[in-house]
Write a protein that binds this ligand. Structure first.
Ligand code: GTP
Length: 264
């Protein structure tokens, strides 16, 4: 069936959830929680790890880049440092990504979601050719959404909040996929303030004006620019530690997948 997303052969299931986030946002802990939730609720999920350098994962994955590419060997063979090693490992994996897609297609009838964990260094995935190739391969075959994990307590600082939103904005416009602002650690700080700032830029400007620095002036100007961006976003509060917000998260994923099928 044809849809509005420009990829005529996209099927409705499974939904691909690409999980990205700044270091320390709690991405790995959240992945673990999401995987546990799918088990408890009998949601049929597949788990994919795209971080070649991760030592141990707290959850079991069905597809793991480490089974195909040996990061340490790649570093030695090409005489690379840690980031170059991760990037080259992803490039090698990207050349075989059609096999990964075929594997998911063969199991599509038995799957609701594919949860994709990305390298801890966010820009290695979001700003690399292989990251783009992998994202495009997913999005041309299945509805694909990006879950951008935010460290909520740290984002109570207006300047940090703004930096985070600008980064999310750049990912939205680069991938052109539905983006879910996933406010993590709500057990420590509720994300209500973030919703207010996104709803009402004057409220944000008031918060930012308590800081008289140049950054604060810049932050206030940027808040006007981001107003339009917020209109294109969905958001949800979660806690990887307490498990709060899991049902809400998958609801937002479903809504984003519908959006993908209808409007892209
Ligand atoms: P990678 O970059 O993938 O290694 O993960 P990460 O750095 O994004 O986050 P990680 O899962 O390692 O979590 C970072 C820290 O935040 C750890 O100390 C976690 O225990 C903590 N953390 C993660 N999620 C939550 C949460 O929901 N609530 C609280 N209170 N702490 C959390």
């Amino acid at each position: 069936s044809s849809s509005g997303n420009g990829f005529p052969n996209v099927r409705r299931k499974p939904v691909i959830i690409i999980v990205v986030g700044m270091a320390g946002s709690g991405k790995t802990t959240l992945m673990h929680r999401l995987v546990a939730h799918t088990h408890i609720k009998n949601i049929r999920g597949y788990v994919m790890n795209l971080d070649p350098a991760v030592m141990t994962l707290p959850y079991a994955s069905n597809i793991d880049i480490r089974d195909t590419v040996k990061y340490k060997e790649v570093m030695k063979q090409f005489n690379l440092g840690p980031n170059g090693g991760i990037l080259t490992s992803m490039n090698l994996f990207a050349t075989k990504f059609n096999e990964v897609i075929s594997m998911i297609e063969r199991r599509a009838d038995q799957l609701d979601y594919v949860l994709v964990d990305t390298p801890g260094q966010i820009e290695i995935f979001t700003w690399s050719a292989s990251g783009a190739i992998i994202t495009e391969a997913f999005a041309s075959t299945f509805p694909t959404v990006v879950a951008y994990v935010v460290d909520t307590p740290r984002s109570e600082d207006p300047t940090t909040f703004m930096s985070n939103m600008l980064y999310a904005c750049s990912i939205l416009y680069k991938t052109r996929l539905p983006l879910i602002l996933t406010f993590n650690k709500v057990d420590v700080a509720a994300h209500q303030f973030a919703l207010e700032w996104m709803e009402d830029f004057e409220a944000f400007q008031t918060a930012a004006s308590s800081d008289q620095s140049y950054t604060s002036t810049l932050t206030q100007s940027l808040s006007l620019v981001l107003d339009e961006f917020y209109n294109n976003l969905k958001s949800v509060g979660v806690s990887a530690v307490s498990g709060a917000g899991m049902e809400a998260f998958f609801k937002v994923v479903e809504a984003s997948a519908d959006e993908y099928m209808n409007t892209y």
